[in-house]
Design a protein around this ligand. Sequence first.
Ligand SMILES: [Zn+2]
Length: 427
Amino acid sequence: MKTLFRNGLVIDPSTKLERVTDVFVDQGRVIYIGDNLEQMADRVIDATGLMVVPGLVDIHVHFRDPGFPQKETIETGSLSAAAGGFTSVVCMPNTKPAIDTVDTLRYVLDTGAKLGIVKVYSSAAITYGIEGCKLTELETLSEAGAVTFTDDGRSVMDPHLLYEAFQRAAKLGIPISSHCEEHRLIDRGALNRGKVSERLGDPGIPAIGEELIIARDILFAEETGARLHIQHVSTARGVQLIREAKARGVRVTAEGAPHHFSITDEQALICGTLAKVNPPLRTAHDVEAVIRGLQDGTLDVIATDHAPHTAEEKSRPLDQAPFGMVGLETAVGLTFTNLVHKGKLTAAEAIAKLTVQPAAVMGLQAGKLAPEGEADITVIDPDKEWVVDPKGFRSKSRNTPFDGMRLRGKTVMTMVRGQIVYEELNQ
Ligand SMILES: [Zn+2]
């Protein structure tokens, strides 16, 4: 299949390319990027007014497989990724069983590859069962394809264990991805500890619970030389800790999630448990700080923390409903609406945080439009206005706090290895 994208604004942050030109794809590869290409194509896509960018990379998704097919499967998760413009994803290991053995890791990688919708990569757990008690065989898991180690959903509390994990990860050259939460301070809260949690009678999740672990893990990275990736930073002081660590040369990267730069804890007053996520939505001051962190490069990556749950689970009372929200299909809309169109990031800066930068953190061959590279391409209509309607999601779950929200900017086509895996162009 030969495809010619004509006259699109081609943005490839890896080469600082940003101009209106053509892209020609053949046999699953980008063959040429250049003006007025005359190649014979099976399909010519008029990309006038659209952005043609490297396939997006999300290094933080929960596909719930094995164990929770009622929430999501690797198939529905892949379809959701494709609809959002993501061509490569990294799965988190808090499945059942957890991704803590080579068998389970292989199951996830093989299932993703067999489906062939998007490129499915996986993390592996730091401790068996994500229970924080016994380290997994990090070396074997790395050899079998794990791109990062994480107990995401929890923090490893035992400093002896974690110190050893950092030392072994340093030798392997693989990053530790850290979900930061001091469990002994959390005390069954559901929302950010503040005015909203008080009003709803919730004990609250204090910002310092996240910040203590960010600080601790930065020290472990500094001490061992391991690479550390801080997941879903939600607090102003958390951003500042990472900024200071980077300034003194610690090998730390970090991600911001669309919900953490788009909405505050007040969203819980509007949509209840749909706004329950961990780390929680915080205050307007924290949202500002996350945006500043994205602007000055403290936060290298935009990652969704796509976390599907069933309607039944989310209909439980606030203290019993699970944490998390789906994010793959709203990420581009939220990024363009709240960052690009508000002048917080240029389109190229935003695309870098969704492509080459996350790929670099996890060492993935992804996030670039290099000629001769595999043709993973996303087409974005930056001005398309649309209203979020969870009924139309490809994900098996509908748990979003953005239901009914008007956004500007949308993925309109996704291509993986030269094959179109999602399209809503009328051409
Ligand atoms: Zn997490």
